[in-house]
Design a protein around this ligand. Structure first.
Ligand SMILES: *Cc1c(COP(=O)(O)O)cnc(C)c1O
Length: 309
């Protein structure tokens, strides 16, 4: 991470990049990627949209800053630290697990950005409601933000992603799904007949579950389908097949992806293409939600492109 951080978050940098490949011409399909990864060198893609309302809530309520939760490589913590740094407000990060001897590159950045880190046992971390209660007592002058920016302010912020361009010509929108907050926001803005395909990066059983009913309740117009088979073993798990695919995607489209979210999204898209899921005339939008800093947890040399931020 380079200091000083650029003070500008420019959502207009989020261009629509058309994917040019013979498969698409051959099958009379179009596909484009919304490059949310380009809005800021450090504040990653969808995290800006999910956090912006919380930051202004904290400022309006005269809080000193925000307190939030995440793991050692969390994009959410990283983005929160960077935004708070730029806004000149405090940030506290509650980290899952004991403090390791060597901090991850993500947490080193968070500390350099002025975030105070509090490490708690994985056991205690499993009870988010109790944690929130404890920390709101301990830090009354901070706004508590749930992990991943989950909650209505996060969803309405994410919905603004769909105001960046005119997306009415797309038949399908594909995005990666963690907490489902971004996906919920996008779904709220889709028009009649548009379909959202959400690619789960967490291993959860398919069929009826809390996430699927939460998503289904977001819109009466557009439909959403969640995919459960592209997690590669679970959250932040990967295989050489995934990394090879990400390298291929990079050489094909000159586009970096991360192994936790967007790599799995693009893999799912490619797999659905191969299975002839899409039909002639379909116009597909893929959301590049950022998150490239997470690649720093991979062994060096795993990828043909180097993630610096
Ligand atoms: C956090 C994150 C997501 C998941 O967003 P949710 O709103 O939690 O579903 C997707 N992509 C990237 C790159 C992320 O960092």
């Amino acid at each position: 991470m380079k200091f000083p951080l650029s003070p500008v978050i420019d959502v207009h940098q989020a261009c629509l990049q058309k994917l040019n490949h013979e498969t698409f011409n051959h099958r009379r399909l179009s596909a484009s990627v919304l490059r949310l990864d380009l809005i800021h060198p450090v504040i990653s893609g969808n995290k800006w949209f999910k956090l912006k309302n919380y930051i202004s809530m904290a400022q309006h309520a005269n809080k000193k800053g925000v307190l939030t939760f995440g793991g050692a490589y969390s994009n959410h913590l990283h983005a929160t630290a960077a935004i708070c740094h730029l806004e000149g407000i405090s940030a506290v990060g509650v980290i899952r697990g004991e403090r390791p001897r060597e901090l991850s590159p993500t947490l080193i950045d968070c500390e350099n950005l002025g975030m105070q880190l509090i490490f708690i046992s994985r056991n205690a971390y499993r009870h988010p409601e109790e944690l929130q209660k404890t920390f709101s007592h301990q830090y009354p002058d901070l706004l508590l933000v749930a992990e991943g920016g989950q909650g209505d302010p996060g969803i309405t912020g994410a919905a603004e992603i769909m105001e960046l361009h005119d997306f009415s010509g797309f038949t399908h929108v594909l995005c990666a799904v963690g907490t489902g907050t971004m996906c919920a926001g996008i779904l709220r803005k889709l028009k009649n007949g548009q379909q959202l395909l959400g690619v789960n990066v967490i291993k959860i059983p398919s069929g009826e579950n809390n996430l699927s009913s939460f998503i289904a309740n977001q819109s009466s117009r557009a439909t959403a389908t969640l995919y459960y088979d592209y997690h590669f073993g679970g959250y932040a798990k990967y295989s050489t097949r995934l990394l090879t695919f990400m390298n291929e995607w990079y050489s094909r489209f000159d586009m970096e992806s991360d192994f936790v979210y967007t790599g799995k999204l693009f893999f799912a898209f490619d797999d659905l293409l191969k299975k002839e899921y899409f039909q002639q005339g379909d116009n597909i939008l893929l959301i590049h939600s950022g998150g490239l800093q997470g690649n720093r947890s991979l062994p060096t040399g795993s990828l043909t492109f180097e993630t610096h931020n």
